[in-house]
Structure formats: C-alpha cells, structure tokens
Write a protein that binds this ligand. Structure first.
Ligand SMILES: Nc1ncnc2c1ncn2[C@@H]1O[C@H](COP(=O)(O)OP(=O)(O)OP(=O)(O)O)[C@@H](O)[C@H]1O
Ligand SMILES: [Mg+2]
Length: 230
C-alpha cells in the first residue's frame, strides 16, 4: 500500500538570470512501512527532495500526495500541524534546544501540539534507544551519539507515519553512526514507521529495502524499478 508519492516534483533556485534545477521532475511512490535510502553525489538534490517530500519546503512545481491530499494545497499553518502530527525529521546536525533537558527536548513537539505524551510509548522508545538514564541531562552533557539518539526519540515522539532523515549519522564516527542507524531502523520497523533516509554511505544504503540514486535532481537509478537510466 502506498503511503506517500510525489508527481513531477520540481524545485528551481534562481540565481541571477539562470536557475539551478535542484529537483527536476521527480515522480516516486513509497510503500507503507518501507525503508528507502536516497543516495547521490553532493549537490544532486537529496536534501531538497527530502525537504519537499516532508513539506518543509514548497516546490516550484509538482505535487506531494499524502492521504489523498496535495501537501502544498495546505496553508503554512495547516502544513506545520500535519508535519508535527504525522512526520518526523532527523537532521545531520543535532537540533536540540540547549537550555532544555533531553526529556524536555523529546517532549517539545508533543507539547507544542497541546497534547499529552503517551508515557508507555515514550518509555519504550527511550529504552529502545538506550537513553533512559540520560533524560535529565542538558544536550551539552551528552555525547554526539547520545544527542542524535535524543533527536531520533524527538522525531518519533509523536508516533509519526513517516520518518525522514538527512545524513543523520554524518557527524558521528563510523561505529556510532552504524549503531544509531541500526537503532533507527529497528525502532521504525517495530513501530511500522515508513523511513526515507538520505545517506552518502553505500554500506548503509544496502541495508534499505530500496535504493534511489539522484543525479542532477533526477532519479538516475531506482532499485524498485530495476532499471538504470542514463
Ligand atoms: N537555498 C538554496 N539556494 C540556492 N541553491 C540551492 C539552495 N539549496 C540548494 N541549492 C542548490 O540545489 C542543488 C541541490 O542541493 P541539495 O542541498 O539538495 O544537494 P544534496 O544532494 O543534499 O547535497 P549534499 O550531499 O552536499 O548535502 C545544489 O546545486 C545546491 O547548490
Ligand atoms: Mg544534503
């Protein structure tokens, strides 16, 4: 079953008289519960595609269909509410509030939504991520790997349908990076969350159900299509 798709998605950045086609007519469909890796050289449009798919950014053209609606038919407020409730996002840099404890950071999106946290679920989540004894600490007192696990807990705190991650282990050493990634996969798998991950690391990409390779804003390779274009 499809959970999200994009149709002819395009993002052009204007610079002077010319334009950069960061994403150039991409159409993709993602299966519920699947794990997709998006790869490609620096500048191939990976982050831009992820930002469009997750509604963080608006396209120049095309649509992203989630639950029968085009994300970009929503106004900014409706879109941010949808994103907060249904999507989780993990970035390369840890986006934690430095004055809040790990626990407060994790709960922030749920609280912004004016909802109560599901205590049992959160307890299980932080246990799975192995940060249950770090919850009272400020981010500054946590290692990089721990901070990234707090970010993952935060992204999953609202039980999202979709988890987007852009080089989530890029700032970690190889071993910690692989551990954090395995955790992310295990947790998403167990919770039935669809995962779309941007990575440079081919070893990581090979663990995915599907690998999409971008080149100049286009899909150059898609293991789900079993064909190579170009
Ligand atoms: N805000 C922006 N303004 C102008 N051009 C941009 C902007 N963001 C991205 N671009 C351009 O769009 C293209 C795609 O960028 P994008 O960040 O999506 O690449 P990427 O595949 O994520 O690269 P990396 O692996 O280095 O993170 C690049 O040519 C980039 O310079
Ligand atoms: Mg990028």
């Amino acid at each position: 079953m499809e959970i999200i798709r994009c149709e002819d998605l395009t993002k052009i950045y204007r610079s002077g008289t010319s334009g950069v086609h960061a994403v150039d007519g991409v159409s993709l469909s993602f299966e519920q519960g699947s794990f997709t890796a998006v790869t490609g050289k620096s500048g191939s449009g990976k982050s831009t595609l992820l930002h469009l798919l997750s509604g963080l950014d608006r396209p120049t053209g095309g649509r992203v269909i989630y639950q029968d609606n085009n994300l970009f038919d929503y106004n900014d407020n409706q879109l941010s509410v949808l994103r907060r409730r249904r999507f989780g996002f993990v970035f390369q840099a840890y986006n934690l509030v430095r004055e809040l404890t790990a626990q407060e950071n994790i709960l922030l999106p749920v609280m912004l939504d004016g909802r109560k946290a599901d205590e049992d679920y959160l307890k299980r989540l932080v246990e799975m991520l192995g940060i249950e004894d770090r919850l009272g600490h400020l981010p500054g007192a946590l290692s990089g790997g721990q901070q990234q696990r707090v970010c993952i807990a935060q992204a999953l705190a609202n039980k999202p349908a979709l988890l987007f991650a852009d080089e989530p282990t890029g700032n970690l050493d190889g071993k910690t990076g692989r551990e954090v990634l395995t955790l992310m996969r295990t947790v998403s798998n167990e919770l039935g969350i669809t995962m779309i991950l941007v990575t440079h690391d081919l070893g990581v990409a090979e663990q995915a159900d599907r690998i999409i390779r971008l080149e100049d804003g286009r899909v150059a390779e898609d293991s789900a299509e079993e064909k190579v274009i170009g």
